[in-house]
Design a protein around this ligand. Structure first.
Ligand SMILES: NC(=O)c1ccc[n+]([C@@H]2O[C@H](COP(=O)([O-])OP(=O)(O)OC[C@H]3O[C@@H](n4cnc5c(N)ncnc54)[C@H](OP(=O)(O)O)[C@@H]3O)[C@@H](O)[C@H]2O)c1
Length: 335
């Protein structure tokens, strides 16, 4: 490949971004190289930079969400060809290998964690794969809920997705709804219409004094998924379980220890489950079948795009902004 690759490098732990050339990745047999047209930041990226959240080898190139054009394919790849428009969740966070990092012009990724996007704009498509990967793992692998189009639900069942306007919450609502569940959610009142538009039957204000009573009245729930991980959410969720406990997963751990002892908190890093060997068929179904079909049919609603200018040079400012939190948007750049 005659093209040059350039990346936003973290040269050492906690260092700021340095823009400099990077090796052009070569695909392994089941891998593809994507020329990135859009990259999305995830909350874990600035947390790694600021707090060394994961043990990584430096220098490195962070990031796990890409959308662009297939530039090279490995010898056993059958589902994609050069020139396809795709989005992908790369296995960077589990492989600790900068070739899979998103913050560069050309990234390496897996055939099995990639979806074609049809005519959807790259900036919108890139908001989907990593959030959906986390949500689907939480709901189907951790909580054991049914998969859309795979298994049917005999009786009406309710699922609570706390934090319906977070990126993961939006994916969880759409996925659970498509699986046949009735979805109850929480969010700020300004987001109610949006959260209902993606599939929630009812939405409640998580800051209201009534929140606990409102959610109790809607229960019981087949499962509860906390897509915000906010410390104040645990105290309310704790009141929703019956004495026999309940199925509960959260994006962050219960550091305050407010959940009752009979509730098993299922917190884990979802990327490690998504890319685990034993879940490879699930991953391929999720990206090569479910998400691709929905994107090509225009049936998956992406996150709101918070586009930031500056290309690779703009990533550090975007990281600093995301470290302090954003609301109802995914920060996206064109590298
Ligand atoms: N365990 C894992 O493997 C894993 C994987 C991915 C992400 N995470 C973590 O999951 C969290 C969410 O990630 P994300 O990308 O989805 O975040 P995000 O899109 O940036 O979430 C922002 C939204 O969170 C909502 N929110 C904030 N506090 C809330 C509360 N107390 N109750 C309900 N909603 C609240 C806000 O909704 P409103 O606008 O409605 O107020 C806001 O719009 C992050 O901390 C991330 O690090 C964990």
């Amino acid at each position: 490949m005659a093209n040059l690759n350039i990346a936003a490098w973290m040269l050492q732990e906690r260092s700021k971004m340095t823009i400099q050339p990077a090796p052009m990745p070569e695909p392994g047999s089941n891998e593809i190289v994507v020329k990135n047209e859009a990259i999305a930041l995830n909350p874990v990226d600035p947390k790694i930079q600021a707090h060394s959240l994961l043990p990584l080898s430096y220098p490195t190139i962070l990031g796990g969400s890409i959308a662009g054009i297939v530039a090279a394919i490995g010898s056993s790849v059958t589902k994609f060809k050069i020139g396809d428009r795709v989005t992908s969740s790369t296995p960077y966070y589990v492989k600790d290998d900068s070739r899979y990092g998103a913050f560069q012009k050309y990234s390496l990724t897996l055939e099995g964690s990639t979806s074609k996007i049809g005519t959807m704009p790259f900036e919108e498509a890139v908001t989907v794969p990593t959030s959906l990967g986390s949500a689907a793992v939480a709901l189907s692998i951790v909580l054991g809920l049914k998969r859309p189009g795979k298994e049917s639900i005999s009786l009406p069942q309710k699922v609570l997705v706390w934090g319906g306007s977070s990126s993961i919450g939006r994916s969880a609502i759409q996925y659970a709804k498509m699986s046949g569940y009735r979805v109850i959610s929480t969010g700020s009142p300004a987001r109610f219409d949006d959260i209902k538009a993606i599939g929630a039957s009812k939405v409640f204000d998580y800051k209201s004094n009534q929140i606990s009573d409102d959610l109790k009245a809607e229960g019981p729930y087949e499962a509860i998924f906390d897509a915000s991980g906010a410390p104040d959410s645990f105290a309310v969720i704790a009141q929703l379980f019956t004495s026999s406990g309940g199925a509960f997963a959260s994006v962050l751990p219960d550091t305050a220890g407010v959940l009752p002892s009979h509730v098993k908190v299922k917190f884990m890093t979802y990327a490690s489950l998504l890319f685990a060997e034993e879940n490879s068929e699930f991953m391929k179904w999720l990206f090569n079948e479910y998400l691709q079909e929905k994107l090509l049919a225009g049936q998956y609603i992406p996150n709101k795009v918070g586009f930031r200018a500056g290309g690779l040079n703009g990533i550090q400012d975007a990281m600093d902004e995301l470290l302090h939190g954003v609301t109802a948007q995914k920060i996206v750049l064109k590298p």
